[in-house]
Design a protein around this ligand. Structure first.
Ligand code: NAP
Length: 278
């Protein structure tokens, strides 16, 4: 089953994409990781998330090899390091990412987290890259509610397409404020570490619900975040087997009992909490 999420500019992407942190780091795993990513694209997980930071460019290089000859099939997301997010440095950083990815444009370019460069300058630098045709749109990552409100006061920041945030069953704080705030602005949330880096999959309740649906624990964890409007999940998987399991996450239909048990084990937030960050 495919579900689409729509950006404020009307562009649609699949709700389930692929993460690539630590992919490309170990040469022994390269072939398997490439096959996994390619299989994911075949299965419709065509949004691929990477970053200049990951493996110091190794992740972008591996993604570039996988999408060679099929660039138009994917929605390509990369991230600029905070220390490169200035008017002086961002264009060069983006050029290097494009080179590693073997493409002339990104579909989405994110500020990885807020560093010392003023957000006003970063927004201006993003706008220059859009004008140059190097990126189609831009967004942010790891910005909490107050910083998002501060961002929105900057001229041109209304074009911010997404906020990519840590979001999974074990980390639901964003449901209290940021998620509804973003939903009201048609700003999708990209949920990173949606499997809790794999740790959630050992939780007895998640395994139990998976058994009940003849499903995989990863599918339960993904379905739990994807049941919220405007959420894009980007699990990272380095084997074809894992990608194939993840691709079926949207087949699960939770019933009321599942939701109640999940909420009891992983309670939704009842007040504002500091943003979780990896
Ligand atoms: P994750 O996707 O929550 O979990 C990845 C782990 O889950 C890996 O160990 C993977 O194992 C395992 N896994 C995947 N599918 C599985 C399946 N079907 N069954 C069992 N295990 C499975 O963690 P993540 O990599 O931290 O987050 C996802 C992506 O979000 C990253 O890759 C990155 O693109 C992005 N991210 C962004 C930020 C940010 O600051 N913006 C921070 C962290 C992550 P295998 O590798 O062996 O398949």
């Amino acid at each position: 089953m495919t579900r689409l999420v729509t950006f404020a500019d009307g562009t649609t992407v699949p709700a389930l994409g692929q993460g690539t942190w630590e992919i490309g780091d170990d040469p022994a795993w390269r072939d398997e990781e490439q096959q996994a990513l390619a299989r994911g694209i075949d299965l419709g997980l065509t949004l691929i998330d990477t970053a200049e930071l990951y493996g110091d460019g190794r992740s972008e290089r591996l993604v570039g090899e996988v999408i060679a000859g099929r660039r138009d099939e994917v929605f390509l997301v990369s991230k600029v390091r905070p220390d490169n997010a200035s008017e002086m440095k961002m264009m060069l950083a983006c050029e290097k990412s494009l080179e590693r990815l073997g493409t002339d444009r990104l579909d989405l370019y994110l500020l990885h987290w807020e560093g010392n460069v003023p957000l006003e300058e970063t927004v201006e630098a993003f706008r220059e890259l859009v004008d140059e045709g190097m990126i189609a749109r831009w967004g942010v990552s790891n910005l909490d509610m107050r910083t998002m409100e501060r961002l929105m006061e900057i001229e041109g920041a209304e074009d911010c397409a997404v906020n990519q945030l840590l979001y999974n069953l074990g980390s639901r704080g964003v449901e209290f404020d940021l998620l509804p705030w973003m939903q009201a602005r048609d700003m999708p949330m990209m949920a990173y570490s949606p499997l809790g880096r794999g740790e959630l999959l050992e939780q007895p309740l998640i395994r139990d619900i998976a058994n009940r649906h003849s499903a995989d624990p990863a599918q339960v964890a993904l379905a739990a975040v994807l049941r919220h409007d405007g959420v894009i999940a980007i699990p990272k998987a380095s084997s074809v087997e894992h990608v194939e399991a993840n691709a079926d996450a949207l087949e699960i239909q939770f019933d009321l009992e599942d939701i109640e048990r999940l909420d009891e084990a992983f309670p939704p937030p009842t007040r504002e909490t500091p943003l979780d960050i990896i």
